[in-house]
Design a protein around this ligand. Structure first.
Ligand SMILES: Cc1cc2nc3c(=O)[nH]c(=O)nc-3n(C[C@H](O)[C@H](O)[C@H](O)COP(=O)(O)OP(=O)(O)OC[C@H]3O[C@@H](n4cnc5c(N)ncnc54)[C@H](O)[C@@H]3O)c2cc1C
Length: 298
């Protein structure tokens, strides 16, 4: 019985459709327009619907579209269909042994129960600025493939998130796959984050990929989650480190530069200053570990 101001925690009524092909899914999206929402793992969408923060009249479930549930590792290229779950990648040692950053990010992404159901494409499309996948995609300079009625386009990870929980996906487009290049010899990577409890979204996270030649940093990519309204790269910190055999002072300076590149949003998890401090420390730690790993992978 519902009493007083209590609200039912269940979604408003909706129609459920589960097309068998991408073409069919796209045509349903066109047919129902803004009334429809794509359903992937449902780990983010269904809670929003249960609280009636989102009320789609139609859910288009991608679960029957076989091609979206596949992934492949060919040479250095990892191509992940949007419906592949976090857990599938986490459990593939061929992948995680080649990319420490990805292994570490997946280890702290929610709990195993979430990772069993939540999908890579759903995480990217949801565009939460603290999501691990977006930061990893940025640091590995991934490309996101998007298909709609106007054809397929390849979006650089840095252009994918456009604002807080907003992406470049048009309402009639479907994210189909993400393409990442695995770090090669001479490159080490690492992921660091602080969350209030294990399995919670990060307050701030840092992903780093460092390439060395003769012990000096030849190239470095740093991406931060939770440090602005979208995940961001830290180009000033990257430029500071380029060419160095990084000393403790260099790493401090890079952390300082990364912190200065953030534009954090205060919330109940922390003030702007606290998040800047996390960006400073996590950048330093992630780069230091990635550098040590790069030296060990000639
Ligand atoms: C308790 C809990 C803890 C969590 N912790 C974390 C965490 O620490 N880090 C983290 O990153 N995530 C976390 N998540 C979220 C989880 O990773 C989700 O899997 C993810 O955010 C959404 O993936 P999904 O497959 O469940 O997508 P859904 O919830 O089904 O969809 C999410 C959104 O993306 C859209 N969408 C989905 N797929 C596509 C597609 N292929 N094309 C276009 N639009 C699409 C949907 O329409 C919807 O708007 C957590 C979730 C829960 C419930």
């Amino acid at each position: 019985m519902i009493r007083g101001r209590e609200q039912p925690v269940r979604p408003a009524p909706f129609r459920y459709l589960a097309p068998d092909s991408l073409e069919e899914a796209l045509s349903l999206l066109c047919e129902y327009g803004e009334e429809a929402k794509i359903l992937a793992g449902g780990q983010s969408l269904l809670p929003l619907m249960a609280f009636r923060l989102v009320r789609p009249a139609v859910l288009i479930d991608l679960r029957n579209i076989a091609e979206l549930g596949r992934y492949r590792l060919e040479a250095d290229r990892l191509t992940i269909g949007s419906m592949v779950t976090h857990r599938t990648i986490e459990l593939d040692h061929r992948v995680t042994s080649r990319c420490d950053m990805l292994a570490e990010a997946l280890d702290v992404l929610g709990h195993a129960a979430i990772r069993n159901v939540g999908t890579v494409g759903g995480s990217l499309a949801h565009a939460d600025p603290t999501a691990e996948w977006l930061a990893v995609a940025l640091a590995l300079e991934a490309r996101v493939m998007v298909t709609g009625p106007r054809g397929t386009r390849s979006v650089a990870a840095e252009n994918f998130a456009t604002g807080w929980m907003a992406s470049c996906l048009a309402p009639d487009e479907i994210l189909t796959e993400v393409r990442l290049d695995m770090p090669g010899p001479g490159t080490g990577s690492a992921f660091e984050e602080v969350a209030r409890r294990h399995g919670d979204f990060a307050v701030v996270g840092a992903a780093a990929a460092v390439t060395v030649a003769d012990e000096a940093i030849e190239g470095v990519r740093i991406a931060l989650a939770g440090a602005a309204s979208t995940p961001i790269r830290a180009p000033r910190a990257e430029a500071l480190l380029a060419g160095s055999v990084p000393s403790a002072q260099d790493l401090e300076a890079a952390g300082e530069a990364a912190a200065s590149e953030t534009d954090p949003v205060a919330d109940l998890h922390g003030s702007e200053d606290y998040k800047r401090q996390l960006a400073r420390v996590l950048t330093r730690r992630a780069v230091a570990r990635a550098y040590r790993r790069a030296l060990a992978r000639p």
